[in-house]
Design a binder for this molecule. Structure first.
Ligand code: AMP
Length: 208
């Protein structure tokens, strides 16, 4: 299978080719069609498997093909446990979205709020964030999650290990129920399965 077999638009295929990739990794070959079909997805995948492109590519396809209800509110929210992962994911969104006109931003703690507020106010389609700092912004009404169409939990097991569950629950309450939800985790512990059961509708499972 090649990336050109997946039904991705030309702008996205060009960005993939710019990276020198032509063949999807196993997780990508399974996740991309499921996400494009609108399914909720539970994927067991470690770093290094190509999981980031596995959700970024189909999300860019879906979002660029659907009319936006509003450009003032994020349409995609990716939650990550650490600032490093958040920055890495947003870099992938930029890389694969470089020939599209979507806007992304990254939000994490330990740095000043002002540049993040500026980015949020200027309009963001795809928001990548760590839970705590995102809640701070929501408390200050710097962001509005009521337009989120796709929610991604990246390294969900690490978010639970780091004690983010209460923050995550507060965030979930602010996101429309009618969204698509994608959950990536290195392991599927009992806790992860319980979380998935409360968040997802008939998810497709992918394991590599
Ligand atoms: P990740 O597991 O998302 O952290 O990705 C691991 C590395 O694999 C990153 O450096 C990606 O740029 C690279 N990568 C992602 N997809 C592919 C692919 N289809 N072929 C070769 N390398 C890839």
């Amino acid at each position: 299978m090649l990336f050109t077999d997946l039904g991705l638009r030309a702008e996205i295929l060009r960005a993939i080719a710019d990276q020198g990739y032509d063949t999807p990794t196993p997780i990508q070959a399974q996740a991309i069609p499921a996400v494009l079909a609108g399914r909720d997805l539970m994927a067991a995948a470690q770093t290094g498997t190509g999981k980031t492109a596995g959700f970024t590519l189909p999300i860019l396809q879906l979002i660029s093909s659907r009319p936006a209800a509003s450009h003032a509110r994020p349409r995609v929210l990716v939650l990550t446990p650490t600032r490093e992962l958040a920055a890495q994911v947003e870099e992938s969104v930029r890389t694969y979205g470089r020939h599209l006109s979507l806007k992304s931003a990254v939000i994490f703690g330990g740095v000043g709020m002002s540049p993040q507020i500026k980015a949020l106010k200027s309009g963001v389609d795809i928001l990548v964030a760590t839970p705590g700092r995102l809640l701070d912004h929501l408390g200050q009404r710097n962001a509005d999650l009521s337009g989120v169409e796709i929610l991604v939990l990246d390294e969900a097991d690490r978010m639970l290990d780091m004690g983010f569950l209460p923050d995550m629950r507060k965030l979930f309450a602010l996101i429309p129920k009618s969204r698509q939800t994608l959950l990536f985790s290195a392991t599927f512990s009992e806790e992860i399965r319980t979380l998935a059961a409360t968040l997802m509708h008939n998810p497709q499972s992918v394991e590599v």
